[in-house]
Design a binder for this molecule. Sequence first.
Ligand SMILES: [Zn+2]
Ligand SMILES: [Zn+2]
Length: 305
Amino acid sequence: MQASGAALALDLLGDAWVLRLLRSLFRGQRRFSGLIKETGVSRAVLADRLERLCGAGLIRKAESPGRHAQYWLTDCGLDFWRVLLAMWQWESRWGTGLVRPPIPYDRPREEPVHIDCGEVADPRPVCDCCGEVVTAFETRGEITSVTPTSGPLTDSAPAGDTQRRFRQSHSARRDDLPTLMRVYGDRWNSSVMAAALQGARTFTDFSEATGIGAGPLTRRLQELQAVGLLRSRAYAGSRSEYRLTSAAVAMFPITLEIIRWGDRWLWQGQPPMTIRHLRCGQAFRLRWQCAHCQQALERSKLRFD
Ligand SMILES: [Zn+2]
Ligand SMILES: [Zn+2]
């Protein structure tokens, strides 16, 4: 992936632990020992990731004599709530989040509540300009990672059926990393996904778009198929063509939020990509809307704890 706020964000996230820690911090956990308990991370890894998050400005360490240090989200860290909301929205439809009990520890909350209407938030990604619900097929990015090209990206089975089948066939074991962590906690997987959204289909396409070596690329393509995000078909004899599944296309708002957050906090200067909403023709800004009361969702209006 070329240099961009999103690439910097994915570099920073780097692995699944960072996402887990952020979720735990959003739930209100502030102490070293509490973070270990909630996420199962080792002391050494936790110390390293907290340092990384401090260095990138997402959290700050507060120390006072005789008390345990606390880790607080900064404005930059708090602004990450939209990425987590987008992830929650995907998980509630496609992920293992519906498997309960128990509540997987890497969800921000079992059911984030919209304070304004008192309902469990059912966030919808809409265009801030025209108010229409947005899908991956209705936007065009100039330059990088979320540009759908011509032609259908997926099979068009009814969403409800596809979601059910996806969940049934990919209900993760408890010790398994959830699908999202596989994608956004591994920068090569996220590069492969971005390339697929840009229209990469063949091994050669992916190789050229991502610059990943043949061995690691083969493993990424296999892994993304195993978690149900890519599907391969025979093409030209022994070759395969790879397509995103509906579950993968539904990750589009997460990608948008990572781009937005990365451009805002990690990128200096003009964002390297503009996204246009094809329906209204305006520069696209994503707004999360409560499906119950139609109000825009704000962090202060959601209970994550
Ligand atoms: Zn629009
Ligand atoms: Zn509401």
